[in-house]
Design a protein around this ligand. Sequence first.
Ligand code: ATP
Ligand code: CA
Ligand code: CA
Length: 436
Amino acid sequence: KVLVGTKVDENHANWTTAYNMLTGIRVSVSRTNAKLDRPLTDADFEAKQKSTFDITGNELVPSAKYDFKFKDYAPWVFRHLRALFGLDPADYLMSLTGKYILSELGSPGKSGSFFYFSRDYKYIIKTIHHAEHKFLRKILKEYYNHVADNPNTLLSQFYGLHRVKMPWSGKKIHFVVMNNLFPPHRDIHQTFDLKGSTVGRDYREEDLEKNPRATLKDLNWLRRKRHLEMGLHKKQLFLQQLERDVRLMQKLQIMDYSLLIGVHDLKKGNEENLRGKTLQVFNPGGADNADEVDPHQILLRTPSKLESARKARELREMIKAERPVPMGESSTPMPEELEEGYGRGGIFYNDDGGLRATHEDNTPGEEIYYLGVIDCLTHYGVIKKIEHFWKGLSSDRSQISALPPQEYGERFIKFMAGVTMSSEEAERDALDREAA
Ligand code: ATP
Ligand code: CA
Ligand code: CA
């Protein structure tokens, strides 16, 4: 699927749902943000706040275009998470409001989830299944602690968990707000979704012609002899962080996640995108010039970035001071660079919003990677156990994608470690193999 999407306007089938989602977010997030900050309590992780919207409104809830109910889950926890991820509160609300509110990616995966981009392309709203919703609430505290301890985590950054309930059908829609890994201002020339599995992990190369920006998979990656080009130091930092993230998912019995990689080729630059496709995301119809946003402006328009980073550091120190040091957990000490983290979301999002490829001698390479671990709310439950059983009858057990979380994680790390190397290292490897 092309990462551009269709504009959601009054004529769109999901307009009302999208409108209600954004209205609910705006009202509930401003409500929480208006209060004086305070440390989290255990109760904050279980909290939920209901609002009823209607066309008249009342003293607590402003009037809305439609009648609907909205639930905000753990609002204080997400407020703190947004701060830890270095988001500016006003910016966040700005992004999630406006006239051409969203563009819809439809349902790119098998799961039936819908994806919406905020108008400035910075955030993604993903509708999730009830099971994923329940699971996120269950693991929220561990996720929160992990984010606090890992300023450079590669895991999906969750900024909010909400539910809308439509009045006529009573239909409940759960959704999360999270980071869009891909930047608004850079053309992504190739996209890969890697799991470390090879069974069924192939996008038909023949279809690439029709759909040049399709998300490719493990076998396509291997076929292209691709690498995540990093010098030794960067590679080490990256793999250490990835391993820390995977350890958490193993502990929480999560599987089926993948490493999403968008490659920006600096030699190709932006010509294909900037004046064309990306602008369409903001103003697909081109009808209203007042709403047109220059993608270049988006990164410039973050005056409070340093401020947010400082706030995040303060929060982290506060959390560290409050929590007892976990016993017997420290295998390898975390390198200082990983401990620090800077900018929005840390060192892996710091080269123009991504991670610049490097050569063996640490000179910069010709690509920028936009990457992160996505789809990390699948608990290894009954369904997966059944799938594992059936697929296991016919395929090589270690190659199917529905492995138990422990094995899934090991295979994932092993694959990523295997493909992370500088171009020089890769060349030597190839020569060695030829010689052997
Ligand atoms: P399935 O369970 O069938 O894999 P899903 O509905 O859970 O599908 P995801 O795997 O989360 O969907 O994502 C599907 C696609 O959407 C990804 O391959 C990627 O192209 C895009 N996508 C998902 N999350 C992000 C993100 N944070 N940033 C950018 N693109 C994303
Ligand atoms: Ca997926
Ligand atoms: Ca999924």
